[in-house]
Design a protein around this ligand. Structure first.
Ligand code: DLL
Length: 442
């Protein structure tokens, strides 16, 4: 059982590990890390092969910075070991399996022992509590249930916190709205773009999204911006916080944001050791504050210990605030594999979201189309974005020009902006696809 202690700054009772000093946390990290690398080396043939090939041995890990000597793990490693080659325990000790759908190639399969599931639930509970959710609250869980870690991961965490969980899953938006009105939940768990879909559908039904019982939203599973937070908080009259995670490392709850500061998610460093590397020169481990690719090593996982997993998520590490010992991550600007390179300029959908939402005539509903017209060597990008309901076609066209200029100024790319009718673009049911790549293959 976790020893719990009352925190001075909030009305909530925090886990002891949330309030320990950085020194104590790092000592805990080192002993857990030493155990994890030895455990992975002894039990998972892939790690033994990789460590041996790199000429490192678990006994080389004497201090935290020695982690940089160990080889990375990638999604490709998990795919090659499909389905259960990365598991460190016999199958009968695996209590649950999740998998990513995998848009390309094989699915990535992950497993959990009973203890892993208990740790996961504890960390989701910790994240939800940081974001304002309290025992006894009703929680509407609109993350998708199934092999995706979002639904069941958030569910178990809300239960562990002592909430009443409404396991609606994603989709069936009309039904979600009925249940929000009838069951009067205090908090909603969803992807930011799906919450936007719900708010939008409420407005269409003549319901004011600001009038519901919802007071807290805990949003993640896809990149979102401060501008989107503002949009959702104002439209729905609630406090929206971030939750981060990925299936290879655990699922939701690797990091969670505190509602009193709303300044980025605290990485729960008693269970995960983060690093930032240069995505293009991975041998370089970067210092706190420097932007790069996030890498995680699990410190307590039994079924699937993961060593230096390259997330492809681009962010930076910041000092802890609301939980001082646990570093925060900056907002994820994007994934290195979602980066659009347009005539030599790197660009992410979140940059377009940030710029578009500062233009009052434009809605948060947009998609990016990449094309290479016949006979052209250059790629072209069209931003298709809906104007707001109250805005005329003419004002929408004027806003298109502003967006085009702002993208040129802030991102450095020339693109076409096509302002379309409200409701004409596809709505999110979970993780929204922003990029439509129509360029000829090869
Ligand atoms: O999306 C786990 C999750 C579920 C997190 C519910 C939060 C809430 P995967 O399907 O494995 O797992 O996708 C992981 O999603 O590498 C990021 O690129 C992205 N992602 C997750 N949370 C955030 C976030 C779940 N808060 C991938 N902000 C990660 C930005 C996020 N991107």
């Amino acid at each position: 059982m976790t020893q719990e202690t009352a925190a001075a700054t909030t009305d909530a009772v925090l886990d002891r590990e949330e309030t320990i000093s950085r020194d104590e946390l790092e000592a805990l990290q080192l002993s857990r890390l030493q155990h994890t690398v030895a455990y992975a080396y002894d039990r998972v043939p892939l790690y033994k092969r990789k460590f041996d090939a790199a000429g490192v041995h678990p006994t080389d890990l004497r201090e935290l910075s020695d982690l940089g000597k160990f080889p990375f793990t990638t999604k490709e490693d998990l795919r090659l070991e499909y389905p259960f080659g990365m598991f460190a325990v016999p199958q009968h000790e695996v209590a649950r399996i999740h998998a990513s759908s995998g848009t390309t190639g094989r699915a990535t399969v992950v497993g959990y022992t009973k203890k892993d599931l208990a740790d996961w639930a504890k960390l989701v509970a910790r994240s939800l509590r940081a974001s304002g959710v309290r025992p006894g609250m009703k929680v509407h869980n609109a993350y998708g249930y199934g092999l995706f870690t979002g639904g069941m991961g958030a569910h178990a965490g809300a239960e562990a916190l002592g909430c009443t969980v409404i396991p609606i899953s994603g989709g069936q938006t009309e039904r979600q709205i009925t249940l929000i009105q009838d069951f009067k939940p205090d908090a909603i768990l969803a992807t930011p773009t799906y919450l936007l879909t719900i708010a939008d559908a409420m407005i269409k039904q003549g319901i004011d999204p600001a009038s519901t019982s919802l007071k807290y939203a805990v949003l993640g599973a896809e990149p979102w911006t401060e501008e989107m937070r503002h949009e959702l908080e104002v439209t729905m009259n609630l406090k929206a916080c971030d939750i981060y995670g990925l299936s290879e490392v655990m699922g939701p709850g690797v990091a969670g944001e505190a509602v009193e500061t709303q300044d980025g998610s605290h990485i729960w460093e008693d269970h995960f050791r983060p690093e930032i590397i240069d995505a293009f020169d991975p041998s370089a481990v970067l210092g706190d504050g420097e932007p790069g690719e996030l890498v995680f090593t699990s410190l307590t996982k039994e079924a699937l210990p993961i060593i230096r997993y390259r997330t492809k998520d681009l962010t930076r590490l910041l000092p802890g605030t609301a939980r001082p010992a646990h570093r925060r991550m900056g907002r994820i600007t994007g994934r290195s594999d979602d980066m659009i390179i347009l005539r030599g300029v790197n660009l992410f959908p979140s940059q377009i979201e940030e710029i578009a939402l500062r233009i009052p005539e434009l809605s948060p509903h947009f998609q990016l189309e990449l094309t290479r017209p016949e006979g052209h060597r250059m790629d072209q990008m069209t931003v298709k974005i809906e104007r707001r309901d109250t805005v005329t076609i003419e004002s929408g066209a004027a806003a298109a020009k502003v967006l085009q200029q702002q993208i040129k100024i802030h991102v450095g790319s020339s693109c076409t902006v096509d302002v379309v009718d409200p409701g004409s673009l596809e709505r999110s049911n979970g993780k929204l696809r922003r990029i439509y790549d129509m360029r000829p293959k090869g």
